[in-house]
Design a binder for this molecule. Structure first.
Ligand code: AMP
Ligand code: ZN
Length: 117
């Protein structure tokens, strides 16, 4: 996916603020944060959405990244929310599977999103 912005971030072809990285995944700060902590966790390989036959090993690596990021951000105990948007009704704008990790404030319950309150 040569024109995919998140593939370029995964390959370090364009800059991002990386907070965690291993062989399978990279986590970086969202450009337009909706909470004090707003990190995107992505697989380095391109999948369009969570249902795009993502290997279980990759999903486990993403869960581990979420664990490491929430600890490093100091929100592992205060709490956080993980969201993945898939398709038009969810408002997915970047078509490379990503999980939003949001925390650092009370997120409320509005449509399970940080900015819909
Ligand atoms: P979604 O609406 O779930 O597809 O979310 C895409 C997210 O990617 C949005 O929250 C954007 O702010 C974020 N985003 C887009 N481009 C970049 C970038 N170059 N670096 C960091 N975050 C980005
Ligand atoms: Zn991609």
């Amino acid at each position: 996916m040569s024109d995919c912005i998140f593939c370029k971030i995964a390959n370090h072809e364009i800059p991002s603020t990386v907070v965690f990285e291993d062989e399978q995944v990279i986590a970086f700060r969202d450009l337009d944060p909706q909470a004090p902590t707003h990190v995107l966790v992505i697989p380095k390989h391109h999948y369009a959405t969570i249902t795009d036959d993502v290997p279980a090993e990759t999903l486990a690596a993403m869960a581990n990244a979420i664990k490491e990021v929430t600890k490093a951000e100091g929100i592992d105990e205060s709490g956080f929310r993980v969201i993945t948007n898939a398709g038009p009704d969810a408002g997915q704008t970047v078509h490379h599977f990503h999980m939003h990790v949001l925390g650092g404030k009370n997120l409320g319950m509005g449509l399970l999103s940080a900015d819909a309150q």
